[in-house]
Every structure is written in structure tokens, then in C-alpha cells.
Design a protein around this ligand. Structure first.
Ligand SMILES: O=C(O)C(=O)Cc1ccccc1
Length: 307
């Protein structure tokens, strides 16, 4: 049974997502303290893969994950899951909302309940910890008065009481997670895939527009672009791009080869089925068939076989 790492302890959103990402095989889930620790366990071969959070519909990207995917040995995403995120307030028995002086949670969770906290816990001291379940565990240990946690965390910390439920400022928020592993055989193309890369471009006029043009010229639908500092000097950025299609598709392959030529560096972060399986409409002249036909036409021109 393969070991699969996730951001723990048990009771995190990432645990729920990782269960979903591995629901078609027997996996032993291994909780890790941080995302970089989970990814290091994949790189060292200690585990086969790791489930990691990448992006939330309200708070945006999870910087710790993006940064950890750019350093050390490359890893690739092979599956994607999107799950709803809702938050509860958990406290030790006898602690009422009026008595809560310290509240702990993951920074992404704290950011999504700011409105509720301003109204119900305006004076509480807010502490960021490594995960929502780590916050619940710390409350059970007596380190803080309350935790903002996933509803399932209550099952893992039965000594805690639920003081409030459904406290997210934005209803229907979702978070996107990836299952990442060492590079190897790619998932088969399904017709509704996503490709992720990160690229560093030189600081010259037009390089970002040129990079995007390589996608738009081929009718490739960009679904996310994010920048993070390279961290070596101020103003030097790394761009994370997600777009529809699989590296095995002709147009995606051509675009990636062009980006590899144009950019200072490109790291391939995976081609995997989209969680929603939604097929983006393809612009005229950009279908796989159009690419095949143009390649055949070009071959005919080169070989003097013009009709
Ligand atoms: O802390 C957790 O439970 C996580 O899995 C990270 C997270 C935090 C908030 C929203 C989504 C994921």
C-alpha cells in the first residue's frame, strides 16, 4: 500500500482532499507538519506522492506550496481536486465566545473569516499556525482558547466544543489541491486536462506579453497566472501558469517548446485531468485535428507533394 503525505495533522482540509485524490487505490495517509516537509518526503522517496493545497477561490494561491514546487528536485502534479471549505469555531468545554482571548488557525482560514471575527471576536488575539487541525490540536492542549477549523476536525478532537459553524465570509468558497509525485509516466490525456508550469523570464520589454502570445496564438485557454518573487533580487519574478490541455496535445507541446526557447527557465509542473472535467471550447484553427492537418500539409510542402 503506497504512503501518501499530506499537510496534517488529521482533520485538515488537505486530508479530506488527499482522501479524494487517492480514493481509487489503497493508500496509507501520512500527516506532515508543513507542505515543504510533505514535498521533501516525496523527493526522498519516503512516500509515493503528496496532497497539497494550491489555491483558494477567495484568498488566492497558497504561497508555501508554490514556492516549495520551484526548489530542489522537480515534482509534477498528476491529479487535481477541488473541495468546498467551510469553517467552525472549536473551543475547550466551558469556553464561551465572550471568553475567547486567543484564536488560532491557518492563515488562509483566518483570512476567510475576517468579517465574522470582526463582529464576534473583535478583541481576540489571532495566531497563525501551520494548519486548521494543528490549531484544533493546540486548543485541546491548552495553548489557545479557540481554533478556526474544518468541520471534520471536531471528529478528531472530540474533547472540543463547537461554538459556531459556517462562519466563512464568502459562502461556497472552494480550495484546489494537487497530488504531486516524482516525474515519471504522465497521466493519459482525457480531453479535459490542465497543464501547469512555472517560468522565469528576463526583465526586458515585452517578455511577459511574448510568453502569453505563445499561448493565445495557439488558442490555449489560460486559467491562472500568478507571480512570486524569485527571491534573489528585488523585482525578479517567477510566473506560475495553468492552462487547458495536455503536454501530449500538439498545440500544448508546441507552446511549451516555444516557452522553453523564449524564457530563462521553464519548470513543467504536470498535465492532469481537470477536477471539473470541463472542456474549454477550442478556437477555429486550434483543434488537435487542425494541428495534425497543418503538420501533414507542411510535410507535403517540404517533400514537394503539393496537389
Ligand atoms: O489547514 C488546513 O486544513 C489546510 O488543509 C490548509 C487550508 C487552510 C484553509 C483553507 C484551505 C486549506
Amino acid at each position: 500500500m503506497p504512503d501518501i503525505a499530506y499537510l496534517g495533522p488529521p482533520g485538515t482540509f488537505t486530508e479530506q482532499a488527499t482522501r479524494l485524490l487517492t480514493n481509487d487505490f489503497d493508500a496509507a495517509l501520512v500527516p506532515c507538519d508543513t507542505v515543504p516537509v510533505a514535498l521533501a518526503a516525496v523527493r526522498s522517496g519516503e512516500v509515493l506522492a503528496a496532497g497539497v493545497p494550491v489555491e483558494n477561490s477567495v484568498e488566492g494561491s497558497v504561497p508555501a506550496t508554490l514556492d516549495a514546487l520551484t526548489v530542489d528536485e522537480p515534482l509534477v502534479a498528476v491529479r487535481e481536486a477541488v473541495i468546498p471549505v467551510q469553517f467552525d469555531v472549536l473551543a475547550r468545554p466551558g469556553v464561551t465566545l465572550e471568553r475567547v482571548e486567543t484564536v488560532a488557525s491557518h492563515p488562509h482560514a483566518l483570512a476567510q473569516v475576517r468579517g465574522w471575527m470582526g463582529e464576534h471576536l473583535p478583541k481576540a488575539d489571532v495566531r497563525a499556525v501551520s494548519s486548521t487541525a494543528a490549531a484544533a490540536a493546540a486548543v485541546a492542549d491548552g495553548d489557545f482558547d479557540a481554533a478556526i477549523s474544518a468541520p471534520v476536525a471536531g471528529e478528531h478532537y472530540p474533547s472540543l466544543e463547537r461554538l459556531a459553524t459556517g462562519i466563512a465570509d464568502v459562502r461556497d468558497a472552494v480550495t484546489r489541491f494537487l497530488l504531486v509525485r516524482k516525474p515519471g509516466a504522465l497521466p493519459e490525456p482525457t480531453g479535459a486536462d490542465r497543464t501547469s508550469i512555472c517560468a522565469v523570464i528576463s526583465h526586458e520589454v515585452g517578455t511577459l506579453a511574448d510568453m502569453l502570445a505563445e499561448l493565445s496564438l495557439r488558442g490555449i485557454n489560460l486559467s491562472r497566472i500568478e507571480s512570486r518573487p524569485v527571491k534573489d533580487s528585488f523585482g525578479h519574478y517567477r510566473f506560475f501558469l495553468d492552462f487547458d490541455g495536455h503536454v501530449a496535445d500538439a498545440r500544448i507541446g508546441e507552446a511549451l517548446a516555444a516557452l522553453q526557447r523564449r524564457c530563462d527557465s521553464v519548470r513543467f509542473l504536470g498535465s492532469y485531468p481537470k477536477a471539473d472535467r470541463a472542456v474549454a471550447p477550442v478556437r477555429t484553427g486550434s483543434s488537435e485535428q487542425a494541428f495534425r492537418e497543418s503538420a501533414e500539409w507542411l510535410a507535403a510542402v517540404r517533400e514537394g507533394r503539393l496537389a
